[in-house]
Design a protein around this ligand. Structure first.
Ligand code: GLC
Length: 580
């Protein structure tokens, strides 16, 4: 059945015209590898059986990584793990696409909150069409502010929209988005005279309508137009994560199986898996290459990128074909995952005991016996961390590199750590404990702080370069972002603590719609609509919907969660207090 579907797709594609796209400078760019899917007629491509009406079982079982790393399985080209990833679906005629255009399906009084209907209407208003087909959602439908690039479809912003559509039984827009962005990946990307890696995915794109020729083309930004000129390292990871969510949700692997998709995954990961001067398995990157896309001291090895990298590697294992070129990459991925989980669980993890150990660190150690491997000077520990750390609880800190630990809390990285099982079950529980005990600081009057605490005064000047948008407790610098609600909710459900999510959603419901879905809130408690916050921000809307739908039907979490690989055990580290 799937074979037939892939054949349909490739036949549809090969009959299509060649097309060229124009970038922002007006340069003509031609796909060098994907000519065939250039100018895809989506209606043909989507000529496939309607998505199965599926009922998801509540099991989140996945195949163990280490099982996969065993050479017999790898040699067995036939992707048992990929099959297994879809195995928890059974056909059910009773659940499927929601009927009315604007009306979400109601099963257990889900739409009882009037905000849900409003949110669906707003989400649909944000849909972007390319040659008649929906291909994404615009970042913000806010005409009152200068648009900048908020009129674009951002890859990271589209993820919660995509999940909302998938959960609502509307996978077509997600499929179109995945194919269109894949097509953009094959562009030649240049900043001045420097060419970016082939695998780089765009931060965002928009549809350009030429009124004279009455023709639509896509314009993409890979960082060459972005403020700060940083390439979005997270885009490729989100793309892989979304491809797996699509496959998991629809049970349709024909998209992921397309040679173009397989190649796209390999190109993205080749950027990260190539050998170099690295001494750590973490990914070295520039400031501002992820959701926090301005200078905020998130250069080096930021937790957001490391967690997304881990999640994308695990998702890639589930959608990559384990044969031919895929097999070699699978082997690389498995090795990297083992090293990465060890590194993250050992060196990024902070709880009371670990904090106390660091506080008592000796410095200037040399050789393999060093405990303080990165030579962190205890005097560099910030004051706030001693009060912030609860007796029960812990989290992955913001960054670890030579002589530098960034102790700030970052919400996205910690939630993804839970969802990807980069965190052990004990660590996941500890993160939830921390959120509960530091509720006022991290949730306050609007979920959820993007990072905590804010940097101020001299430190703000040095770290942000005096960024007027990132003043203390505003925007990326300790601002509260409603979009993070979906990640929090997914993490809560995965750790068996849905009541925490319910509480956070209630807090958000008190204001979000009334305030017209702001992008972010300011202030220590998140009491103020952000200084330059856009209204009608799509991922605030979609994040809320996804959170609500997951609470209503927790099996949806399976789209974005991976069970722990039992073999990746936490490491017992030598620590000062254990050595006598
Ligand atoms: C801001 C955010 C970024 C987001 C973009 C569009 O730049 O920092 O994460 O993708 O807005 O909403």
């Amino acid at each position: 059945m799937q074979g037939v579907r892939s054949l349909d797709c490739s036949l549809a594609m090969s009959s299509l015209n060649l097309n060229v796209d124009v970038n922002q400078n007006g340069d003509i760019k031609k796909a060098d590898t994907l000519d065939d899917i250039n100018d895809i007629d989506f209606s043909k491509l989507l000529e496939k059986p309607r998505p199965l009406n599926i009922e998801r079982l509540r099991s989140l079982d996945e195949r163990s990584l280490t099982e996969l790393s065993g050479s017999p399985q790898l040699r067995n080209a036939d992707n048992a793990s990929r099959v297994h990833d879809h195995a928890d679906y059974v056909a059910s005629p009773s659940v499927g696409r929601r009927s009315g255009f604007n009306t979400p399906r109601s099963v257990h009084g889900f739409e009882s909150h009037p905000m849900v209907g409003e949110a669906w209407d707003a989400l649909r208003r944000s849909m972007v069409y390319f040659r008649g087909q929906p291909v994404g959602t615009i970042a913000a439908v806010d005409n009152s502010e200068e648009k900048l690039n908020y009129d674009q479809v951002f890859v990271r912003d589209f993820v919660p929209s995509a999940l909302a559509f998938l959960m609502n039984g509307e996978p077509d827009i997600v499929r179109n988005f995945l194919l269109k962005t894949l097509r953009l990946q094959s562009w030649e990307k240049k900043i001045d005279r420097f060419q970016l890696g082939e695998g780089v995915m765009p931060a965002s794109f928009k549809v350009f309508h030429d009124p004279v020729r009455n023709h639509e083309t896509l314009i993409a930004d890979f960082g060459e137009s972005a403020i700060g000129r940083v390439a979005p390292v997270d885009s490729g990871f989100w793309w892989i994560i979304l491809l797996r969510a699509y496959t998991k949700s629809t049970g349709d692997s024909s998209l992921a199986d397309m040679p173009e998709c397989q190649k796209g995954i390999r190109l993205i990961l080749s950027l990260c898996l190539s050998e170099g001067f690295d001494t750590f398995p973490t990914l070295l990157c520039a400031d501002g290459c992820c959701m926090i896309d301005r200078r905020m001291g998130v250069y080096g090895y930021p937790i957001e990128i490391q967690a997304l990298f881990f999640m994308a590697l695990r998702c890639a294992l589930l959608v990559l074909k384990h044969d031919g070129e895929g097999k070699e990459m699978v082997e690389q991925i498995v090795k990297r995952l083992h090293a990465l989980s060890y590194h993250m669980r050992s060196y990024f993890w902070l709880d009371l005991k670990q904090l106390n150990d660091i506080y008592r660190y000796k410095t200037e150690e040399y050789s393999h016996t060093a405990v303080n491997k990165f030579n962190v000077i205890p005097d560099s520990l910030p004051e706030w961390i001693f009060d912030f750390m609860p007796s029960h609880g812990g989290f992955f800190i913001g960054n670890v590199s030579p002589a530098r630990m960034d102790f700030r809390w970052f919400a996205l990285g910690n939630c993804i750590a839970i969802l990807s099982s980069m965190a052990t079950p004990e660590q996941s529980t500890a993160i939830m404990d921390l959120i509960e005990s530091r509720w006022e600081e991290l949730v306050g009057e609007m979920p959820l702080k993007v990072c905590y605490p804010a940097i101020e005064s001299h430190e703000w000047r040095i770290v942000t370069g005096c960024d007027p948008k990132n003043t203390r407790w505003s925007y990326h610098n300790g601002g509260s972002w409603p979009v993070l609600l979906w990640l929090l909710t997914a993490a809560c459900i995965k750790t068996g603590r849905p009541q925490i999510a319910r509480r956070a959603i209630e807090v958000a419901e008190a204001r979000l719609h009334k305030d017209n879905w702001p992008e972010y809130y300011d202030g220590k408690l998140g009491r103020y609509v952000g200084k330059q916050s856009r209204k009608c921000q799509t991922w605030s809307i979609a994040g809320y919907l996804v959170a609500k739908m997951m609470l209503e039907d927790p099996s949806h979490v399976g789209m974005v969660a991976l069970e722990e690989d039992k073999q990746m055990k936490p490491v017992m580290r030598r620590s000062n207090s254990w050595t006598c």
